[in-house]
Design a protein around this ligand. Structure first.
Ligand code: ATR
Length: 285
């Protein structure tokens, strides 16, 4: 594209930002959808976060993505926060409005759309969530409206309990139950959709996995690892070895970007366009 007087700017703020794949997604989308828009990474130091948001609004930056470590910390600097993002307690997308930015969370709708595109249904499914950090909490909040039962398994049991309590409060029913990781044998019989929401197994520690006992994986019909580097984690290998299907987090990354782009530009990205970007992301890993 040619940068000229009409070019709109979007970008990413975080620390670090050097390894982000988001510019690949958004600059390809701009080209495909014929928008005069450029997407750039902005490295922001913590003490400058408020100034960065204010400055971006003043510069007329149309939209921003927000990544680690600012997804929660940025909220006080926004003009408004969408209901889902408020519930999740984390914002990864800002949209410029009159007088400032409105915050959204496209990570969780991104995971949902990734699952749809992979042909995985969550409606009425019994789900295991591995982990109880910010990402696991968001997954639990998102699934609470659709899943059958949710079991949150975590090394530190109290953190899993806090998530289960919160989700049950939102859902108005006892949908979530917390368990320490070591108690996985007490899961009710049956087959589960499992979401691996910790960083265990991420490059370079690719031989790590939260639960090593292969019997655990006999209970999983579909495993989602939110990690995408390596492309196939040990968790995914173990799910597949026991006959389940397994997916990584690359499509979630893709769709969180697509949903952000749709918010910034008021359009819909087609499945065929999404597939082309996915292929490019795979190549750039
Ligand atoms: P995020 O906010 O990105 O989800 P986080 O808050 O650091 O990240 O959470 C990481 C999750 O990975 C936690 O559930 C953590 O377990 P604890 O709550 O017990 O700390 C889990 N985790 C990280 N390393 C782990 C390990 N080696 N073994 C078991 N769980 C681990």
């Amino acid at each position: 594209m040619t940068v000229n007087g009409q070019t709109k700017t979007c970008g990413l703020i975080g620390n670090p930002v050097e390894h982000t794949l988001s510019p690949v997604i958004h600059n390809m989308l701009a080209k495909m959808t014929g928008k005069n828009l450029i997407y750039v990474p902005f490295l922001v130091e913590g003490e400058n976060l408020a100034d960065a948001v204010k400055g971006a609004a003043a510069l007329g930056i149309r939209g921003l993505n927000v990544t680690v470590p600012y997804k929660e910390r940025i909220i006080p600097f926004l003009k408004d926060v969408d209901a889902l993002a408020q519930k999740i307690g984390a914002v990864n997308t800002l949209v410029q409005e009159a007088g400032g930015f409105k915050g959204y969370n496209t990570d969780m709708p991104g995971l949902y759309r990734a699952m749809l595109s992979d042909g995985v249904s969550v409606d009425g499914e019994d789900v295991i969530i591995l982990g109880a950090g910010g990402v696991a909490r968001a997954v639990a909040v998102m699934l609470s409206e659709k899943a059958g039962r949710i079991f949150v398994l975590n090394r530190t049991g109290e953190k899993a309990m806090a998530i289960a309590e919160e989700v049950n409060g939102y859902a108005g029913r006892q949908v979530a139950k917390a368990m320490p990781l070591s108690a996985w044998k007490e899961l009710p019989d049956g087959k589960y959709l499992a979401v691996q929401a910790t960083s265990v197994g991420m490059h370079p520690c690719i031989d790590d996995v939260l639960i090593a006992d292969t019997d655990f994986y006999q209970r999983i019909h579909t495993g989602y690892d939110l990690i995408y580097n390596p492309f196939e984690t040990l968790f995914m290998k173990l799910v597949k070895k026991e006959g389940g299907q397994a997916f990584n987090g690359l499509k979630m990354l893709l769709y969180q970007g697509i949903i952000a782009y749709e918010l910034w530009n008021g359009l819909s990205v087609s499945g065929e366009q999404a597939d082309r970007i996915y292929e490019r992301l795979r190549e750039s890993l």
